[in-house]
Design a protein around this ligand. Structure first.
Ligand SMILES: Cc1ncc(COP(=O)(O)O)c(C=O)c1O
Length: 464
């Protein structure tokens, strides 16, 4: 029996149209870089291959070329995704009990970083617009800095999963004026450096350090990512040490090789391919109900990633979840994510005209579909009060409770819906009725909830 292997082979044979990660879309755009004997490249640290944790040869050279292409002082290759980079970034610039301003719309990896590094967050909530969470605002960060002058820095997520970018330049300016460090989770923006019509990169906006998941938007393998250092305020050696802690001592050469290849492809042909992709998407946006430039300037949204196709079904008698299901089951088109109102598709330079034609035909066919509007609510970011540090709550004595009973208790685990893995509950937060209602709605609509106990209960801090 080899169920996983069989499942993958069967999945590949279906040849679905991919509007999801990984960015290479089944290796299409890799051309000569996709040899039949790929496994022969899966090697280890030998005298002629180099070592990611102390590079002196080809890995060092490849990282230097990446730094040049992305505009970094130094680039580290990550084989544990942006997740590993997020853990390493925060650990490298803090010590236990330090305080950090953090965008509450962050990925759960950021909460894990706070727990592991024992750092106390001051959460800043980004505003909502049209049921979408926008970017943290310059004013929001400025206020948090004024009220918390002892923080070490600011950690923000930009762009969001939906491709909405905050004013990182404005935020970087005030963070630096206050003498603090700016870390950016740019997991969804690895392609930004290669086209002027895409949002400004975190590095060019002045971030001191950032991560980018190459596998999300570039022709790179799942789990591969970059960690870039942007300023001399960051101790490169300390970052390297943290990466040794958070990554395998036997990192995959295949993952590293395609970080190198993705950089090469984007540096040589990226601009031309992105121009074509952006034009094609502009045509699609003109005929499909999509999120458009009306969002710009609202809710901290300074720029938008036009490679993200976000269908807005507001006012239509169907939900995003339902549309995603029909696209998958009837048309073999797989999207990245859907909620009540939106369907989000990740497009990259490796999507073809045929993919877009298929999507257009499927959406036209949907016009005659009789919907059964489902009751799941839109993504919300329920505001909550942080009563303990995430790390103290995580390490406290705990007990389990039904969701209903847990209202008013302190969460001891991060609870999120997958995707987008933005915590609905963060350890240390008081559990609100609104958060519970949201989780229950998401459960009913079939979303996978991460962070519940084996009995599907909430894990809360036990009374002393
Ligand atoms: C905003 C954000 N940050 C970080 C991550 C983690 O990235 P990775 O999957 O490369 O570890 C994700 C994953 O989806 C994400 O959406």
């Amino acid at each position: 029996m080899f169920p996983l292997y069989e499942m993958l082979v069967a999945h590949a044979q279906k040849q679905g149209t991919s509007f999801h990660m990984p960015g290479h879309k089944a290796g299409r755009g890799l051309g000569d870089f996709s040899p039949h004997d790929l496994l022969a490249l899966d090697t280890t640290e030998l005298h002629d291959t180099d070592n990611l944790h102390a590079p002196t040869g080809a890995i060092k050279q490849a990282q230097e070329l990446a730094a040049k292409a992305f505009g970094a002082r130094h680039t580290f290759f990550l084989t544990g995704g942006s997740t590993a980079g997020i853990l390493a970034m925060l650990a490298a610039v803090t010590k236990p009990n330090d305080r950090f301003i953090v965008d509450r719309n962050c990925h759960s990896a950021v909460i894990n970083a706070l727990i592991l590094s024992r750092v106390q967050p001051i959460f800043v909530y980004p505003p909502l617009v049209n049921d979408l969470v926008g970017g943290v605002t310059v004013d929001g960060v400025a206020q948090a800095l004024r009220e918390n002058p002892d923080v070490v820095g600011v950690f923000l997520t930009s762009p969001t999963y939906y491709g909405l970018s905050a004013d990182i330049k404005g935020i970087a300016d005030i963070v630096h004026q206050a003498g603090k460090i700016l870390l950016v989770d740019e997991a969804h923006g690895a392609h930004f450096a290669f086209h002027d019509d895409l949002p400004m990169t975190a590095l060019s906006a002045g971030a001191d350090m950032c991560v980018q998941s190459a596998h999300k938007t570039l022709p790179a393998l799942t789990q591969s990512a970059y960690l870039h250092i942007g300023s001399d305020k960051i101790d490169k050696q300390q970052v390297q040490t943290m990466l040794q802690m958070f990554q395998s001592s036997s990192p995959s050469f295949l993952l590293m090789a395609y970080l190198d290849v993705a950089r090469h492809i984007l540096s040589t042909t990226g601009q031309q391919k992105l121009t074509y992709l952006l034009q094609r998407l502009k045509q699609l946006r003109a005929v499909l109900p999509c999120v458009d430039e009306h969002l710009l300037g609202q809710a901290g949204i300074s720029q938008m990633d036009w490679t993200r196709l976000v269908l807005d079904l507001d006012g239509l008698p169907t939900t995003g979840v339902e549309v995603a299901e029909i696209l998958s089951k009837k048309h073999n088109i797989q999207v990245e994510m859907a909620d009540r109102r939106y369907v989000m598709l990740i497009t990259t330079i490796d999507n073809t005209d045929a993919d877009f034609d298929k999507l257009l035909h499927a959406m036209q066919a949907l016009a005659s579909h009789q919907p059964q509007k489902k009751a799941c609510k839109v993504s919300q970011l329920p505001q909550a009060t942080l009563l303990m540090s995430p790390s103290d709550a995580f390490h406290a004595k705990t007990r389990e409770m039904s969701m209903h009973e847990a209202v008013g208790q302190i969460a001891a685990r991060t609870v999120s819906c997958f995707p987008p893995c933005v915590p609905v509950l963060c350890p240390g937060e008081c559990i609100t009725a609104q958060a519970v209602a949201y989780l229950q709605q998401m459960q009913t609509s079939g979303s996978s909830i991460l962070g519940l106990s084996a009995q599907e209960q909430l894990v809360v801090v036990a009374p002393l």
